[in-house]
Design a protein around this ligand. Structure first.
Ligand SMILES: [Zn+2]
Length: 300
């Protein structure tokens, strides 16, 4: 008997939105999932099926992350309007169920009926008329489904979600979108957790200090060569990679560090922090860009 292995991997990535309506910048977090199932078989044992499922899930996740247009439809935090490239997503999800029920379903069933009864007309001479009429009915269903899909496509193009559901848009924006400085506060809190965890681990077990995982999943890729070295991920606006800059991080009321970023920085570079106050243990920050949809890239 074969066993089925399903692996799931998830990352949370930040997305930057620069509103075309009110010029406000906001950041929302998108969870991206990769899932893959592999069955054991004659040549695939438990271990290799599990490994193949995990590899497949990672590959699928990477393919999704490499899609530059990957995004959620999240309204602006300030004016609660969707960006133009998000409108189609909202409209499509609105008509999805109708499209499946009255478009794709009749097409698939219609093709099946037309094929089965079409073949029957060839071989069952006595029931040729009934089979032929039924096969014709299948073709009509395909036609109707196709017309419904065409009509839905027009509805999707004409639907402007910014004209509807103000309350829903406001609630979604307030739940998901953050002003950039609030997002940085969240990153700081996560970084402080990782830092404090590492410091207390070293104090309680100085002979076997290990680097703790950060509490946020996007930071779990930090795998330093030296296991006692702490490397935390920091997401910065993409412009930082061409202009350079400095990130100030307050670890506590009395501890403060700065990350100096040169204008030659590339995604994934690691920078040691500069301690601005005494008693700060050294650590590094891995710099990654906040994702930006291609249609956001415009001249300011
Ligand atoms: Zn706006």
């Amino acid at each position: 008997m074969s066993t089925e292995y399903t692996a799931t991997v998830k990352v949370v990535v930040p997305q930057l939105v620069h509103c075309v309506s009110c010029d406000f910048k906001s950041v929302y977090e998108q969870t991206v999932t990769g899932r893959h199932t592999v069955e054991t078989g004659l040549l695939t044992g438990d271990a290799s099926a599990q490994a193949a499922a995990e590899q497949g899930a990672r590959d699928y996740l990477m393919a999704r992350l490499n899609d530059p247009e990957l995004c959620n439809a999240i309204p602006c935090r300030n004016c609660y309007r969707y960006q133009p490239y998000m409108c189609k997503l909202v409209a499509q999800s609105r008509y999805n169920t109708v499209g499946c029920m009255f478009g794709y379903l009749p097409i698939v069933l219609g093709i099946l009926v037309a094929l089965v009864f079409g073949v029957m007309t060839l071989f069952m001479k006595d029931e040729r008329l009934v089979s032929g009429i039924t096969a014709g009915g299948g073709l009509v269903a395909v036609m109707v489904g196709w017309l419904v899909l065409r009509r839905i496509k027009r509805f999707v193009a004409a639907y402007d979600p910014n004209e509807h559901d103000f309350g829903k848009r406001k609630a979604l924006a307030e739940q998901r979108a953050l002003a950039p400085h609030v997002y940085d506060e969240m990153q700081t809190a996560s970084l402080c957790d990782a830092y404090n965890e590492r410091v207390s681990a070293q104090q309680s077990r100085p002979w076997a200090a290990t680097a703790p995982q950060q509490s946020r999943p996007w930071a779990k890729d930090a795998a330093p060569d030296d296991p006692t070295e702490l490397i935390v991920t920091w997401y910065a606006e993409p412009a930082t990679f061409s202009t350079g800059g400095a990130v100030s991080i307050r670890l506590s009321a009395t501890m403060h560090v700065t990350v100096l970023i040169p204008d030659t920085a590339t995604p994934g570079d690691e920078f040691p922090v500069r301690a601005d106050t005494p008693n700060v243990q050294p650590f590094k920050v891995r710099l990654l860009p906040i994702r930006v949809h291609p249609e956001e890239q415009r001249l300011d």
